[in-house]
Structures are given as structure tokens and as C-alpha cells.
Design a protein around this ligand. Structure first.
Ligand code: ADP
Ligand code: MG
Length: 664
């Protein structure tokens, strides 16, 4: 209409002439007062006829619609038990934030009831026809009874077996359509409908997930098929939706990354994973697999480390771990059990030797360490014995046996540096404390909880982390020892990652076949360069857990993007134009995050996003319930024998040593 009126009122509008074929016959009989009024009259007539046509069409459309709705309403009333189930199912899904698949699965499960009912009915019915007519007969009978509560209940119960799956199936369809229509922007009263719908559904999903994990026994330590239940599913994109989200225990035996700000719930999540992994591996060991060995490095330490250690012990006790050693308070390990070559390299790495001009001293130090540790009389058995070896006379005596002239020469050349080196190592070993001086072996316990004071004493904790990683690697590849399934979990590893980057830990873990789980407080805590961080995150084949963190984008990018529909509507003023028919918009395929960084940023304590293979699941982590059984008391996990006494190494002192050499 607008266009025609505009055309008619245009100044250069040419009135239809005699030759104009567009004029209808009716107009040709009209007597016009003057040639100038012709266009106006024709315009008015056009508008009136168009109006009539439009109103008629509108009425027809409305009538058809109304008839459709009336038919639907009649069908809904007639099949009221199905309608009631559909309504309840739809409302429940809406209020609880369920995905449509939940309704679909429940409908499929309800089919079992139908099958049993059919079977029971078939026993009594004389043929298929009678069988098919049973619901019709019950339905008819329902209308004959008075519409009273007992009557309705009776009809509903009689018709429930076919009505339940049908109603739930319809509810699933309707709910799936609603979600599709609102998220794609096809339905909704305002332009912001997709956003508000999503926000509301998120709140409901969080509430539902919280309620689910609050139920006693809803999240056990281990579920069927060796899956570790983690908590209630809030939302999933790409993964299969289950009310309780669980990861396969095998994922823990690979590499996992956990990133989240302090207090976001990383340790709590990892504890649950440890307990689940331990239970699953122990169950596998009972069927002939390897026994589990869990090595936890609490790299941050601090006042609550002991509480966490005790909590872990109690939790693991419930998972079947009878010997959980807490280091350094209750158990020790011996650094000196390492093979000489590895020990020499480790001791060298434990000292901050620097680079540049210091590289010269670093080379000397490495040579001295090799001489001291790989002496013909065997490696040192304690810190004191090692320090004794950093002495010119000891080294000379050890190598001057006539069979090692080159080593003896080196020992002589390095003699003047030995006091410095000895001083440095005396300081380091003193700071490390006695807990790495033995006795004790990793294999002595089912699980170890190592407390490293990474916040208070970073350099000491770094050296300790190096040593413990090395000892774990040794336990994994020590041929005479019993092979164990090992999981090395480094909580807050960023506190000690300066000398052994996470990538190194991963590569060693991969080559040795041990699972590595690392947590960091932020994306930048994962590595020193962007390249390294990306490599770590991209190779975490056990999955990446992202908890609340201010910059989740690089981690969210691992899940990639997905295709979504977005509809653009014409706006008239501040509202959508043509709200009745929704015509005039365009729908396009756009890209959206699989793991939405906005959602991750707003995660609360205990909520996590698990990213694995291009899919993401948001989960409300359930705090693990500690074993109510009291732990056996007054028996340390690892019996600490008194420190070993080192037999005096090397050949017996010569007369020169006692009286002094006349040459030197
Ligand atoms: N899933 C959870 N549900 C409820 N509270 C939690 C959950 N996870 C952690 N918390 C609480 O948050 C606090 C910090 O948890 P923690 O796991 O130590 O965080 P992080 O290791 O990230 O610093 C703890 O006091 C704990 O009680
Ligand atoms: Mg923590």
C-alpha cells in the first residue's frame, strides 16, 4: 500500500493513458470531472480494493489458524492423558534446564513399560485387533465415568503405558523445537530473547546440577565401565549428555591439565580424580593389572597443605589405599638410590648454575659431580657421604687406582674448585632437609603426598620437585622392581616450574608411560612462552579442565567453534517489525565457541569446564565424601628405620695421607 500511495503522489507520475493496458475495464466507465483528478481517483480505488483484499486474506488466514488451533485443542482434550504427560514433561524440562535428549531417553525407557503392558494384555486378548482396541476401550470408558478425581486417575492409570512414552516423546519434540527456535532467533518476543533464554536456562541447569550432587550416593568414587564420576552436568556441547558427568579412568592415565584461579576448586577436583583413578586401577590390579602408585606433588605448600594431605589420605583410604605416605612429615625417600649417572645429572640440575661466564664453572661442577658420584667404589649412600667426596684427597684416592688415569687427572685439575663446590652443595642439601636422605622407596606405599614449600622457599621446592620427579621416573623404569601403574599429579606446579617446565614433565611421562596431571593458576602459569603453553594444552590428551579464570580464551579455543544459526530481524523502532509473521528477517550460519569463554569467566567455586576432543562439558564438581571409617592410628604409613650409616668408601688411607705428601 505504501508503495502505491507513494507512486500516486509522485509529482512526475504519469496517469494511465488510453493506450495503457494496465487500466481495468471498470475504470474506463467512470466519468471523471477532469483529467487532473484521474490519478487520485484511481489511487483511492486501488487502495480500497487492496484493503478489501488484504482484510479478506487476513481473515482467512486467521480463520485457518484458529481452526488449526481448535483442532489441536480438541485433539489435546480428547487424548488428555497424553496431553497431561506432555505438559508435565515440557514444564519439567523447562524448569530443570534439561536438554531435549533427556526427555527422549525417558520416553524410550517408558517404552519398556508399554512392552510389558502389551505382553500382559496379549495374554488375555484373543487377537491383535482386540489388543489394539484395548486403549480405545479404556479411553471410551473414561468418558463414561463422571469427571471426578478418582475417575480421571483411574483412566489415566489405565492409559498410562501407551500415554507415557507418547507424551514424553511429544514433550521432547516440543522442547527441542523451543530451544532451536529461541536460540536461532526465530521465536521470542524481543530481540534479546536468545540471550535471556540462555541465561535463564544456565541458572536452572546450575541449580539442577547442584541438587543432583547433593543427593547422597549420587556421585560415587567410581561408576560402571571404569568411569570416574566428577559431578552434576550443567551443560554439554558436543559430549553425550548424562546427569552425572564422568571421565574414563584411562583419561587420567594420560595427560591432563587443570587451570583455575586460586580458590576455584582445582585441588578438590584433582582429589576426586585421584580417588577415582586409584579405585579403578586397584580394581584392574585385582584382575591381573598393575598395582596403582599415586604420586602427588603439592607444589604450593602453605599452612593448609597438611590438612589437604590428611584429607587426601582419608579419601584414598576409602578408595582402598592402605599406605599413604606424607612427605616430609612422616616418610622419607632416598635420593642416593638413583643410578650414578642420573644422580650426577640431577645434582647438577639442582644447583642454580646460571649461564654466560658462569657456564665455565657449570662445566667444572658437572665434571666434579660425575667424578664424585661415579667413583669406582660405588655411588654415595647419603648426603654426608656425598659431601665427603667433594674433597681433593678423597677424589684422588678414589680414582688413583692406576686404571683410571684420565679421571685421576681431572680430579687433580678440579682440586682448587672443590671447596667452593662442596660449600654450595652443603648449603643446598642442608636446605633440602633430611627427607631426601633416606631411607625409603616410592614402592613402599600405595600413594605419596609430597608437600613442597613452593611459595615460601621456591628454590628449595624446585630442587625437591626435580628430585621427586626423577625418583618417580626411576620407579617407572626400574627393571627389577614390580611394574606399577603410576599417576604423577603436580598441584600448583607453576610454583616450581622454573627449572623443570611442564612440557619436560609431560615428555618424560609420555616416554615412561606414566599419567601426568598438572594444575596451574592461569594460562601463563603453564609455560614460559606462548609456544610452550599451546603445546602443553594441545597435547593434553586426557582433557583440559578449566575452572574460573580471567583469561580462558586460549584454553577455550582448544574446543574450537561450532556452527549456529543466527537470525537478523527488521527492527521498527525498538521492537521487532512484523511480529505476527516474522517475515523479512534473514537467518545465517555463524560460528560460536564450543566452550564459551564468557561462561568460563563467570564459573563459581567448584564449577569446571572439561574440554576434550572439540567438545565441552560444564560440570558442578561434587566434593568427595571422606571415608567415615576411622583410619588405623599409631602406625606410620612407612616405617622409618634410623638413617643408614655409610661405610667409608675408597681404598684405605695411605701413609702419605697420614703424614702428608712430600711432593704436594
Ligand atoms: N566442588 C566444590 N563444591 C563446593 N566447594 C568447593 C568445591 N571445590 C572447592 N570448594 C571450596 O573452595 C575452596 C578452595 O578449594 P580448592 O580446591 O583448595 O581450590 P584451589 O586448589 O583452586 O585453590 C575450599 O575451601 C573448598 O571448600
Ligand atoms: Mg589448590
Amino acid at each position: 500500500m505504501t508503495m502505491r500511495l507513494r507512486l500516486a503522489s509522485r509529482p512526475h507520475y504519469r496517469p494511465p493513458g488510453r493506450n495503457n493496458r494496465h487500466i481495468s475495464c471498470a475504470y474506463q466507465h467512470v466519468r471523471l470531472p477532469g483529467p487532473m483528478l484521474l490519478p487520485l481517483r484511481l489511487g483511492v480505488m486501488n487502495v480500497l480494493s487492496w484493503l478489501r483484499l488484504a482484510v479478506t486474506l487476513w481473515l482467512l488466514r486467521r480463520a485457518a489458524r484458529l481452526a488449526g488451533w481448535l483442532l489441536l485443542a480438541a485433539a489435546a482434550v480428547a487424548a488428555w492423558p497424553v496431553t497431561a504427560v506432555t505438559a508435565v514433561g515440557y514444564t519439567a524440562a523447562w524448569l530443570r534446564g534439561w536438554p531435549a535428549v533427556r526427555l527422549r531417553r525417558t520416553a524410550a525407557e517408558a517404552l519398556l513399560v508399554t512392552a510389558v503392558w502389551l505382553f500382559a494384555a496379549a495374554l488375555h486378548a484373543s487377537g491383535w485387533r482386540t489388543l489394539a482396541l484395548i486403549p480405545v476401550r479404556d479411553w471410551q470408558a473414561g468418558w463414561q465415568w463422571h469427571v471426578t478425581a478418582p475417575g480421571l486417575t483411574r483412566t489415566f492409570l489405565l492409559l498410562a503405558p501407551p500415554a507415557l512414552p507418547a507424551g514424553l516423546g511429544l514433550a521432547a519434540l516440543a522442547w527441542a523445537w523451543r530451544i532451536y527456535a529461541v536460540t536461532a532467533g526465530i521465536r521470542g518476543w524481543t530481540a534479546s530473547a536468545p540471550i535471556t533464554f540462555d541465561a535463564r536456562q544456565w541458572r536452572r541447569q546450575v541449580r539442577t546440577a547442584g541438587g543432583r550432587i547433593a543427593a547422597p550416593g549420587a556421585v560415587p568414587l567410581l561408576a560402571r565401565r571404569s568411569r570416574i564420576p566428577v559431578g552434576g552436568t550443567i551443560r554439554t556441547v558436543g559430549h553425550r549428555w548424562r546427569p552425572v558427568f564422568a571421565v574414563p579412568a584411562a583419561a587420567c592415565a594420560r595427560h591432563m591439565v587443570v587451570v583455575g584461579a586460586t580458590g576455584s576448586g582445582k585441588t578438590n577436583l584433582m582429589m576426586r580424580l585421584w580417588a577415582g583413578w586409584f579405585t579403578a586401577t586397584l580394581a584392574a590390579a585385582r584382575k591381573g593389572g598393575r598395582r596403582p602408585l599415586l604420586v602427588v606433588l603439592d607444589c604450593k605448600g602453605g599452612p593448609d597443605a597438611r590438612t589437604k594431605a590428611a584429607r587426601t589420605r582419608r579419601l584414598l583410604y576409602g578408595a582402598g589405599a592402605r599406605r599413604v605416605a606424607i612427605w616430609p612429615d612422616e616418610a622419607r625417600l632416598s635420593l642416593w638410590d638413583l643410578p650414578p649417572r642420573d644422580l650426577a645429572v640431577l645434582l647438577f640440575q639442582m644447583i642454580d648454575s646460571g649461564d654466560g661466564a658462569a657456564a665455565y664453572y657449570a662445566d667444572i661442577m658437572q665434571a666434579v659431580l660425575t667424578l664424585a658420584v661415579a667413583a669406582p667404589c660405588g655411588p654415595p649412600r647419603s648426603a654426608a657421604a656425598f659431601l665427603d667426596r667433594l674433597d681433593p684427597r678423597w677424589l684422588r684416592r678414589a680414582w688413583d687406582d692406576g686404571r683410571h688415569p684420565r679421571q685421576a687427572e681431572r680430579a687433580r685439575a678440579a682440586a682448587r674448585h672443590l671447596p667452593d663446590i662442596q660449600l654450595r652443595f652443603a648449603t643446598l642439601l642442608n636446605r633440602l632437609g633430611p627427607a631426601l636422605d633416606g631411607p625409603g622407596h616410592l614402592a613402599d606405599a600405595d600413594a605419596w603426598y609430597f608437600i613442597l614449600e613452593g611459595t615460601r622457599e621456591p628454590s628449595v621446592a624446585e630442587a625437591q620437585a626435580l628430585a621427586l620427579t626423577e625418583l618417580t621416573a626411576r620407579a617407572a623404569c626400574d627393571p627389577p622392581a614390580e611394574p606399577r601403574a603410576i599417576l604423577l599429579a603436580a598441584d600448583d606446579y607453576s610454583a616450581v616450574s622454573r627449572r623443570v617446565p611442564i612440557s619436560n614433565l609431560y615428555e618424560r611421562g609420555r616416554s615412561l608411560g606414566i599419567g601426568v596431571q598438572v594444575s596451574a593458576q592461569s594460562w601463563s602459569g603453564l609455560g614460559s612462552s606462548e609456544d610452550e603453553r599451546t603445546r602443553i594444552a594441545a597435547t593434553a590428551d586426557g582433557g583440559v579442565w578449566v575452572l574460573s579464570t580471567p583469561r580462558p580464551e586460549p584454553l577455550a579455543a582448544l574446543a574450537g567453534m561450532r556452527r549456529v544459526l543466527q537470525t537478523a530481524h527488521r527492527l521498527v523502532g525498538a521492537t521487532w517489525g512484523d511480529t505476527t509473521t516474522r517475515k523479512g528477517g534473514t537467518t545465517r550460519i555463524e560460528r560460536a565457541w564450543v566452550a564459551d569463554p564468557e561462561l568460563i569467566r563467570r564459573l563459581e567455586t567448584g564449577q569446571a569446564c572439561y574440554i576434550h576432543r572439540g567438545a565441552a562439558t560444564f560440570v558442578q564438581v561434587a566434593r568427595p565424601v571422606l571415608s567415615p571409617l576411622s583410619l588405623p592410628v599409631a602406625r606410620p604409613s612407612v616405617v622409618l628405620p634410623p638413617p643408614r650409616r655409610e661405610p667409608e668408601p675408597g681404598p684405605p688411607p695411605s701413609l702419605d695421607d697420614v703424614l702428608g705428601s712430600p711432593v704436594s
